[in-house]
Every structure is written in C-alpha cells, then in structure tokens.
Design a protein around this ligand. Structure first.
Ligand code: GLN
Length: 400
C-alpha cells in the first residue's frame, strides 16, 4: 500500500515577486510590539455617528439584498453631482459611474478591462504597491519612470517632480495606459492644471488611456486646489477616475469607492466588475448616498486634516528628521539619513523595522513604492490619527 501523503502539485506563481503588502506587514509588526502605528494609512478616530446611523437605518429597512450591479442609483447620482460641481464635468450616473469595493478594486478592474498581453502601462515611482501586480495579472508590462528627486545642499531629499522628458520619450504605440496619482501617495505631490494640460498634449495624438487615482482628492492644504482628471476635457474623454469613500469619510474598513469614466470605457469596466465582485454591500451604499448630500462633509476635510498636519509637523520640527513638503494627503515624509545615530545608515526597510520594534513607532519605507527598492533615506508617517496618538508618537520620535 502506498502511504504517501497526497501533495499539492507545483504550479507557476502568477506573481512570483509579490509578498504581503508593506502596509499589512508594518501594521502586524506595530501590533506585535504595541507600537504607535503611523504606518498604514487609516484613521484611528471614529467616523461620524450620523453616517453609521444612516447605514443602520438602511439595514433595519431591510435593504440587505444585492443592490444593482453598478451600484445604488442615489449614490451614483450623488457622485455625478459632486464631480460636476467640483470639477465641471458631468458623468452620466447610469452609464459612466460604478460603485466599487474600495479604490484598489476599482484600480484592478480598470486595468483588467483595458490592458492585455504585451500592452505597456506607464507608472510613476514611487507608486502605490497595487499598480504593478494588477498590470502583471492582466498580462501587461509595467514601465516604471521615477519621479525626479530634488536634493538640498546636504544631499537630503527636498521634493519630487514629474519626469516630463522621460514620459514624453516613453509613450509609444504600445502604451495602453498611463497611471497617475494626485494627490500622490506617498510624497503628497499635487498635479497642477498646467500638468494636466501637459499630459493632454503628450497623449492627444495617440491611443493611450489614463487611470487617475484621486483617492486623496479632499486632502489638499494651504488653499491649494485638487485638479481632477475630470476637469480636463481631453484627458477625461480617455480616463478612469478612481476615488474612495473610505478615505473621505474615515471608513477605510468599509471598502467602498467608485470609478467614473466615459461610457465606452465604463462598458468594458463593468464586464470585469460583474465577475469580479458583482456588487458592493448594500446598506453602506444607501447610507453613503444620504450622507454625501451634505457638501460640507467633504469640503471641511482640508481644514480638518491641515490642522492635524500642522500639529504633527510642529512636533516633528523638534526632532532631527528633515521634513519633506506635505501639500496634500495624510502622509508626511521625512528624511532620516542625517540623524546622528548609527541606525541612520540602515536601509529604509530596516530603519522602519527598528523604529517599530525598538522605539515604538511604525512607519512605511518609501522604498516599498519602487520595484527595485530605491534607497533615499525617506520614510512615511500617517497623521490621520487622534492628537493623543500623534503626541505619544512624537514624544518617542523626539527622543531619537
Ligand atoms: N492606501 C493605504 C496606504 O498607503 C493603505 C491601503 C492598504 O493597506 N492596502 O497606507
């Protein structure tokens, strides 16, 4: 008799280089060492009770079966109204807006719906870590261009800029998609109107589509404005716009977002969406549809987060980190390479692990946003936290 244990056959990995995302890894490490978690981007304060009440009401009203595949009508209408008012473009809620299970699903679905084998997709690094694997699952080829890094006289990073020349050279007939992200995670860089015009100029004679990740659209500070892809007619006519209610309403765990795109793109998007998640949870959609009505709930967000940023920056100024600009998002990057401690020589990954396990503050290495872990001595903190969390984190950082 053969007593050999049955074994799982070997099979080739679709994503051989992918491990667990850095955000999950750092949150787990923070939990294990009871560190202040300024790593993964999520608020540690409660969302508005009014929003919870609206979701509760929907559940109690028995709105608990499948919603329409494309999302609850009132929510799509509300989104169309909001985009129209803020960015001046009208998307048809029936044919051009779909509710997704968060921004990340919207991104994957958009990519799967238009990228095929041998298609090139341009991404700008540092890039959110889901872009590349999503492109590879579609069979496409990610072409990464690095944001230009400006450095000061001490060779520390001071800012990031769009690599226009490289972008112009890289766009070619095989370019199916260009992924942009403004406000940018992790650097906070914001695209200006002139940047959108310049991109429009680069793509107007070809067939490249655009995926615009705008999940931090309501976190732009110092009186600056967010310039959505929707505000540029030429770009809007070839773009998927992705946004997230999790980010805007402090409910990252609900995983509800949306994608807006011209009908021709949305038609293909929905073919993938229906066999990917089919629909997104019903009561949340009804709750959000009502909550979205009141504009101040997103219009007040810049001042809400700007005061958190200012509080966090004031505390960081008492440390020996160099602060990078933070015009947007809820992320503050710092350069640690000139700290007067031996650990300043560590790689970003090692530095973050050390900071978490030995000093009790978790952060994210910016190198994780590059395919080939570019080391620039920069780490990212998330300041979407209660003042008490930030204060404890800052005290620990000030002691470094
Ligand atoms: N977008 C969030 C960040 O950058 C995390 C999302 C996630 O963990 N997948 O921290």
């Amino acid at each position: 008799m053969d007593h050999k244990q049955p074994s799982t056959p070997d099979f080739p990995s679709r994503l051989p280089k992918v491990g667990t995302t850095i955000f999950t890894v750092m949150s787990a490490l923070a939990a294990k060492y009871q560190a202040i978690n300024l790593g993964q981007g999520f608020p540690d304060f409660p969302c508005d009770r009014a929003l919870i009440n609206k979701v509760n009401e929907a559940m109690l009203a028995d709105l608990n079966q499948y919603p329409p595949m494309i999302g609850v009508a009132n929510l799509r209408t509300g989104i169309a109204k909001k985009i129209g008012k803020l960015y001046g473009k009208h998307y048809n809620p029936d044919t051009e807006i779909t509710i997704t299970a968060g921004g990340t699903q919207g991104i994957l679905t958009a990519i799967l719906s238009c990228v095929g084998p041998n298609d090139e997709v341009i991404i700008l690094e540092p890039a959110y870590d889901s872009y590349r694997p999503s492109i590879e699952l579609a069979g496409g080829k990610a072409i990464a261009l690095a944001l230009q890094v400006r450095r000061d006289e001490k060779n520390q990073v001071s800012s990031y800029e769009i690599p226009w020349e490289a972008l112009a050279k890289t766009i070619n007939k095989k370019t199916r998609l260009i992924i942009i992200n403004s406000p940018h995670n992790p650097t906070g860089m914001v695209w200006q109107k002139t940047d959108l015009d310049r991109l429009a100029d680069l793509v107007k004679d070809g067939d490249a589509l655009i995926l615009s990740d705008e999940v931090y659209e309501h976190m732009v500070y110092d009186g600056m404005q967010h310039h959505s892809i929707a505000s540029n007619p030429l770009l809007a006519s070839r773009s998927f716009l992705v946004s997230s209610f999790g980010k805007t309403y402090h409910v990252t765990g609900w995983k509800v977002g949306y994608v807006a795109a011209p009908a021709a793109l949305m038609k293909e998007f929905r073919k993938v969406h229906q066999f990917n998640v089919f629909t997104v949870n019903t009561p949340m959609q009804y709750g959000l549809a009502q909550y979205l009505d009141e504009e101040r709930r997103y219009l007040d967000l810049p001042s809400f987060y700007q005061s958190k940023r200012d509080f966090f920056q004031a505390g960081l100024k008492k440390t020996r980190f160099k602060l990078l600009p933070c015009p947007a998002t809820y992320f503050q990057c710092v350069d640690y390479s000139r700290l007067d401690i031996p650990e300043a020589k560590l790689t970003e990954d090692q530095f973050c692990a050390w900071l978490t396990t030995e000093k009790g503050v978790a952060a994210i290495p910016v190198s994780a946003f590059y395919e080939d872990a570019v080391e620039s001595g920069v780490i990212r903190f998330c300041f979407a936290k209660q003042e008490s969390t930030l204060t404890t984190g800052l005290e620990r950082l000030q002691a470094l």
